[in-house]
Design a protein around this ligand. Structure first.
Ligand code: 1OR
Length: 299
């Protein structure tokens, strides 16, 4: 569902619209935090945004057999599962749903199951579309509900803000010049900024490589172990990239990259996103390995 998160600036609610606040105990907060932790929609929220989401969420208890979302209805809430199990059904066009009869076959085909940490109900809210599926609790469930306005304000606004934040930077990164603006926007969605103090290692020679990095600001050096110490092999600055080698070659990190200025800010991209979003760029990188490091890429 990640790829369906589309830019829709015009219908994002103004920033200062009042959002509901449901007071919660520390224990409830801890439960929601762990429920939303694995969910991509909540990744990269800053503290204030996370606090807004937590405050606006409402606890909903379901018995087994309740229909929380009915296909075709208007979208009102987005849900995150804390506990229990719910099934997702999609009916074919023309099939009529009759909950009175309790006939499950009329719900159509079971297409998915939601458990702890999963979320559902985002499609209708993101696209202003009717509910695409029906969702029924199979066991007693606790779910957290976020209303449409809060969902759009906090989560969609966050996405477009992040795109704006990275837009200029990404358009100035030489290796990404061949990408379309839309392709860069998708990269912006999944980038994660990290800050390092002088002397701190971003990646360490010999470690498994799981991420690719772009330098947002500051300086870094790449060093390799050598007899009796380390040898500097490269200096890196704004717009430079590193960490691609291990992802291209599937080998361990060939060098350590360390912050060389007071503050080094890098944008990290996970391996899956690297492969998915940087397909064409990856080939360019693989071809330039020899030029950059003086040896050929293994694959
Ligand atoms: P919604 O707001 O449309 C129903 O309300 C929710 O069911 C929907 O958001 C999704 O969060 C969730 N197709 C459509 N909706 C699905 C599907 C789905 N799975 C979960 N939902 N599938 C495609 C079936 C042809 C299953 C994909 C694994």
């Amino acid at each position: 569902l990640e790829s369906t998160l589309e830019e829709d600036e015009n219908s994002v609610t103004p920033k200062h619209s009042p959002m509901p606040v449901y007071p919660k105990t520390e224990q409830q907060l801890a439960r929601i935090r762990s429920a939303i932790k694995p969910n991509f929609l909540f990744r990269n929220l800053d503290e204030e945004q996370e606090a807004d989401v937590l405050a606006a969420m409402k606890e909903v208890s379901l018995e087994a057999g309740e229909m929380i979302i009915e296909q075709g209805a208007a979208g009102d809430y987005f849900y995150v599962v804390e506990s229990g199990k719910l099934d997702v059904f999609v009916k074919k066009e023309g099939q009529v749903l009759d909950p009175e009869k309790g006939d499950r076959s009329l719900l159509g085909k079971k297409v998915a199951t939601c458990v702890e940490g999963d979320s559902f109900g985002e499609l209708a809210l993101m696209h202003n579309a009717p509910r695409a599926a029906s969702i029924i609790s199979i066991t007693p469930c606790t779910v957290w509900a976020l209303d449409r306005v809060s969902f759009r304000t906090i989560l969609l606004d966050h996405t477009s803000r992040k795109r704006r934040l990275y837009e200029t930077f990404l358009s100035e990164v030489p290796i990404l010049a061949s990408l379309q603006p839309q392709e860069r926007a998708k990269i912006a969605d999944v980038l994660e900024s990290r800050t390092f103090a002088a002397g701190e290692n971003v990646i360490t020679e010999g470690d498994a490589g799981e991420e690719f990095f772009l330098i947002e600001s500051g300086q870094a050096v790449a060093v390799k172990k050598s007899e009796g110490g380390e040898t500097m092999v490269k200096q890196l600055g704004k717009g430079d990239y590193f960490g691609e080698l291990a992802l291209i070659n599937r080998q361990t990190r060939a060098a350590t990259v360390r912050a060389a200025s007071d503050k080094l800010v890098v944008a990290a991209l996970g391996e899956q996103a690297f492969t998915r979003l940087l397909g064409p760029v990856k080939d360019i990188m693989a071809r330039s390995v020899g030029e950059r490091y003086g040896f050929a890429a293994g694959r």
